[in-house]
Design a protein around this ligand. Structure first.
Ligand code: GDP
Ligand code: GDP
Length: 439
């Protein structure tokens, strides 16, 4: 299940400060997986063994005074439709403003769980000021300081109470269902619905322009060369919606849900645009969530080709995706139906990579001699020895390396180990995890 929380509220109340605080725990891990440090509007928050998606809606509202009233109204509507819970943020330093009241009225009509947070309560005297917010008409509110973190623990406790399963329990369930699930992910207009239609062979993607009629991801059972798989369809994003911010918001929130449900994501980019910052963000989100990836460069029919075009294109893509660039890249044209079945086949191969288990024997026989040839540099005069390794149960291939000094193994050596694993055992398209343990 994918639990999604949206933070809404006026500009400058502190939404992105809270957002950054909530995702910061994972920052270091995140940055390991991708070079992206650009501001994100969405991320993962982990608390008490449970993980949820968090969206900073402020990132989708234009930075202009004139527009923000109506933009916030739409942002609230979308958040109410798409998120599982809402954090409605107000600011103790400027009290209740008209927009706050308006948002409060809309929220009260919804049955979604909500958390009214009064932000910037940095000290005790501001806590007294916060009582003013009872007049918004909610029974409970959470005084917090996004800057110093006070109150955010209580807020997170309450939010995570709504999430039924811990990550570990979730993994057990996922393991039990063994039909591979694939999702087509990408920016608006890259060709996702066209691909789905081409694969399924009928025009079954109905896009409604009636406000409020959204549908959740539809699962299509698919059979390719006698292999079962499920295609997760995230369509239903209102194409008629003219507002670019809204469209982006919808597509991101849908993409996040689909990624959560999928085993392997077919990440589609537009050949003419090349890979954009948003694409890279989606890529790193997929990797962080531990899902398999096949990169599809669509609309390849529009690219003028010379001898090495695909090769050069691929090399440039891999450079942008480093360090995690051991992924299949396919140049497709949904329009011409070029390599679209190949894309699914590749997704199935990635699924195999993701779920395979390598025996401890095999791992040690092949990898230990390689690691002995290039041992980790010694630290403070002691040499580091990796004694053995084993694959551990996890959502992605994960390997525990037992060593005398687990804390002294640095990133370059970790990367070397990852490359060796990839070289000998083929995990193309799959993020892998490596742990060092004391032995
Ligand atoms: P957003 O527009 O709602 O995303 O607001 P920002 O997160 O950009 O914050 C707006 C301003 O409020 C920034 O100058 C923040 O440093 C400040 N701010 C955010 N949270 C707090 C807080 O808890 N206490 C104080 N004193 N300032 C805060
Ligand atoms: P979505 O928003 O990602 O679902 O994108 P659509 O499937 O609606 O496609 C957006 C536009 O790109 C449509 O006009 C498609 O006809 C066009 N399109 C999709 N795939 C291709 C392709 O391989 N080549 C070309 N030239 N156009 C394509």
């Amino acid at each position: 299940m994918s639990f999604t929380v949206a933070i809404i509220g006026r500009p400058n109340v502190g939404k992105s400060t809270l957002f950054n605080r909530l995702i910061s725990e994972r920052r270091s891990i995140v940055d390991d997986l991708s070079g992206v440090t650009r501001d994100r509007q969405y991320g993962l928050c982990e608390w008490n063994g449970k993980t949820f998606n968090i969206i900073d809606t402020g990132g989708f509202v234009p930075d202009s005074k004139e527009f923000f009233e109506s933009a916030i109204r739409r942002q609230v509507t979308i958040a109410l439709e798409e998120a599982h819970a809402i954090v409605f943020m107000v600011d103790v330093t400027n009290g209740i403003l008209h927009t706050d009241q308006e948002v409060a009225r809309t929220l009260k009509k919804s049955k979604k769980p909500m958390f009214v947070t009064v932000n910037k309560v940095d000290n005790h005297s501001r806590l007294l000021d916060a009582s003013e917010f009872y007049s918004l008409g909610f029974d409970v509110f959470y005084p917090i300081s996004s800057i110093n973190g006070s109150g955010t623990g209580e807020l997170l406790d309450k939010i995570t109470e709504l999430i039924p399963l811990t990550d570990a329990e979730q993994e057990d369930i996922t393991d039990a269902q063994n039909i591979p699930k694939m999702a087509i992910i990408g920016q608006p207009n890259v060709g996702k619905s066209s691909l789905l239609n081409a694969l399924i062979g009928t025009e079954r993607m109905i896009v409604s322009d009636i406000a409020g009629t959204t549908r959740d991801a539809v699962h299509t059972h698919y059979n390719l060369f006698k292999k079962d798989l499920i295609l997760i369809d995230t369509a239903g994003i209102r194409k008629k919606n003219k507002d670019k911010n809204d469209l982006e918001f919808y597509s991101i929130i849908r993409a996040i849900k689909a990624i959560d449900e999928a085993d392997v994501c077919l990440l589609m980019i537009d050949a003419l645009n090349g890979i954009t910052a948003q694409d890279v963000n989606l890529f790193s989100l997929i990797a962080r969530k531990g899902k398999g990836i096949v990169l599809l460069v669509n609309k390849w029919d529009l690219v003028k080709k010379e001898t090495n075009t695909a090769k050069v294109y691929e090399e440039q893509l891999k450079k942008k995706l480093a360090p995690f660039n051991d992924i299949p890249i396919l140049f497709v044209s949904v329009l011409d139906k070029t390599r679209i079945f190949k894309a699914l086949e590749m997704a199935l191969t990635v699924y195999e990579h993701k779920t395979k288990r390598i025996s401890t024997n095999q791992l040690n026989e092949i990898l230990l001699p390689e690691l002995d040839k290039y041992p980790a540099p010694s630290v403070r005069g002691h040499s580091i020895k990796i004694k053995y390794l084993t694959q551990v149960t996890a959502q992605v291939p994960a390997f525990a390396f037992f060593t005398n000094y687990p804390d002294d193994i640095k990133k370059p050596y970790r990367n070397f180990i990852e490359n060796q694993l990839r070289l000998h055992f083929n995990f193309t398209g799959v993020p892998i995890r490596i742990f060092f343990k004391k032995k």
